[in-house]
Design a protein around this ligand. Structure first.
Ligand code: M6R
Length: 364
């Protein structure tokens, strides 16, 4: 049932406030502003965390790496599962390992889980499908509670994975004493506000996005840039666009621009800059100016503070509400998903079932 939407993907994008609220309700106590992710994994004592996943789930893991390192001071080893399983990584057996998978059946992710179990690591599965093989075989299961995701392009599973990973990072930080009680309250308070902010954003950005999609639909290549947690988000934006519109897109760390990709930039190349007004903002803006100076057509996705601070004449600026850093990746996912969706629809592509792709990749 598409609930009056033309495609499952659109329904799933618009469902996010509701499913995120449900997922968060499972892990946080909103009145007490506290987290509860009780499991057999003792984050207080592990020396490091290994994360393995594929595609969009891997990009959620990359964002979580920033959180585990920053808040819980836990080193994170992360790789795509198809590499992780063969790399012979020297993993301390006292470490924890997390496997992120919407379907819970992805062959490489499952193989990585088995690899870690054989080496004695405690394993946790961040999954949507609770009756899946990965959920069954892991020591601990952290359901993301997104409900069935039908569109091949992952949308609500991605933001629910992020929401659950954020609560895990906060509870690890709490257990390790790397954040104060007040900091925990502030982080949980920000997470609790997220569904409402998501609803507001979804209700307001569509006209802007549709306009912009018509421009993107004419392009052959698109570059996405971001720093910090916006870097994995840039890769997710590029993945989403290429997967359903078949436009070639790349996501880069903004600081890498001058180490190669800047050579691609000319007046035919839109550069989508993901830049919330965080501690990286000024640096990202200076990379954006470098791209603009080479004729690149800049599409800036920022917040109210960022829009006020940026002087550059962009081709288009999408302005989101200014939010706390911990929830920015989830809020900034929304324009990225909608941009890919509307571009592909405008081009007449089969959004829910893009060519050559399967929802669940159960072979290596
Ligand atoms: O079911 P999984 O989360 O393990 O799937 C992983 C990837 O195959 C998946 O995220 C894929 O990249 C999506 N089509 C992206 O939108």
């Amino acid at each position: 049932d598409k609930r009056n939407h033309r495609h499952f993907m659109k329904k799933e994008i618009y469902e996010q406030p509701e499913v995120i609220a449900r997922a968060l309700g499972h892990y946080i106590n909103i009145e007490g502003n506290s987290v509860d992710t009780a499991s057999c994994i003792d984050f207080a004592s592990v020396p490091s965390v290994a994360i393995s996943a594929c595609g969009t789930a891997y990009l959620a893991g990359l964002i979580a790496k920033y959180w585990f390192e920053r808040y819980a001071r836990l080193p994170v080893e992360i790789d795509v599962a198809s590499e992780f399983r063969y790399r012979e990584i020297p993993l301390p057996p006292q470490s924890a390992a997390l496997f992120i998978s919407q379907s819970g059946e992805t062959a490489d992710t499952l193989a990585s889980l088995r690899y870690c179990k054989e080496r004695g690591l405690k394993t946790g599965a961040v999954v949507n499908t609770r009756e899946s093989t990965i959920a069954r075989e892991a020591d601990a299961v952290f359901p993301i509670l997104a409900g069935p995701e039908i569109g091949v392009a992952s949308t609500k599973a991605f933001t629910c994975q992020l929401a659950v990973l954020a609560t895990l990072a906060i509870s690890a930080a709490k257990a390790r004493g790397t954040v104060t009680e007040d900091e925990v309250k502030a982080l949980v308070g920000s997470l609790a506000e997220m569904p409402c902010i998501m609803g507001r954003v979804l209700n307001s950005i569509q006209p802007d996005i549709e306009l912009l999609s018509r421009e993107l639909a004419k392009c052959r290549d698109v570059l996405y840039l971001g720093r910090g947690t916006s870097f994995p988000l840039a890769m997710e934006g590029a993945l989403k666009l290429k997967e359903i519109s078949y436009i070639h897109a790349e996501g880069y760390a903004a600081g890498e621009l001058k180490h190669g990709p800047i050579a691609l930039i000319d007046e035919n190349m839109p550069v989508i800059v993901i830049a919330p007004h965080d501690r990286f903002f000024n640096k990202t803006v200076s990379n954006m100016e470098e791209a603009a100076a080479r004729g690149g057509r800049i599409i800036l996705i920022t917040d109210e503070k960022g829009a006020a601070a940026s002087k550059l004449d962009t081709m288009h600026t999408i302005v989101l509400p200014a939010v706390d850093e911990i929830i920015a990746p989830m809020i900034f996912s929304l324009p990225i998903q909608l941009l890919a969706y509307h571009t592909a629809v405008f081009m007449g592509k089969d959004v829910d079932q893009p060519r050559n792709l399967a929802k669940s990749v159960t072979v290596e």
